[in-house]
Design a protein around this ligand. Sequence first.
Ligand code: HXC
Length: 260
Amino acid sequence: MSYETILVETRGAVTLITLNRPQALNALNSQVCAELIDAFAAFEADNSQGCAVLTGSGEKAFAAGADIKEMAEKPAADFFLGDFFAEWQSSIVKPTRKPWIAAVNGFALGGGCELAMMADFIIASDTARFGQPEIKLGVAPGMGGSQRLTRAVGKAKAMEMCLTGRMMGAQEAESAGLVARVVPLADLLEDTLKTAAVIAAMPRMAAMVNKEMVNIAFETTLEQSLLTERRLFQILTATQDKAEGMAAFVEKRKPVWTGR
Ligand code: HXC
């Protein structure tokens, strides 16, 4: 598939995906969604790739939301019958078992904030601004904003942001737990790519299991998630990389991972 709204390149074992509609502040239309689905599937299928980074082109926006111009004339029945926005979860978040990071370089509003929160974690530039302003358009978040934001920052801030549409700056987002780290805009891409390279160089199955484990914390009871964690840990002990990692430690040498 050739892409018109995103750019995809590989840097060693890291796939860099850039939302590329700067004239519309990288607003997410259905073409962006279709292209991202394809790009994430290709990343997931490529054994040479261990981690992905998603960012926005230009210095102003990661993504300013779902494309309002595309949604403006659409009848309600089309949203409902087409299960509008379902694909983000079913075709990007769920099938992507390898880790990926959102490098948020400016506005992450509405669907843009929601897309960033689909990532395994967010690294933000000091210029980043997060918000769920859908209420000002007469609607509400539809790609996970009311749920993931609440889990990330708690009810008080999430409720205030959804009800007023106010934006949260990068420092506030970091102290509230929405983002892992804030870095100067000029360093954002390099810093995030370095972090992604560290993850991509980890034993592959262990990286995938660690991602799954952390995500399970949000899905089920503590009793169940602790059991799942133990079982996944026990399964990892059967891998070649476990044998290699522990042998390398004992022998005081660098491990050589096979990803098996
Ligand atoms: C389509 C968008 C867009 C969007 C910006 N643009 N956001 N186009 N969808 N979400 C376009 C503008 O129309 C304009 O194009 C160009 O990008 C530059 O934007 P400006 O508004 O001129 O820039 P600025 O004045 O700097 O303001 C920046 C901004 C503002 C504060 C980010 O653009 C803004 O408020 N955007 C909308 C944010 C938003 O409401 N997002 C949530 C969308 S709803 P032209 O060609 O006109 O110059 C959503 C989920 C909905 O995400 C779920 C329910 C169904």
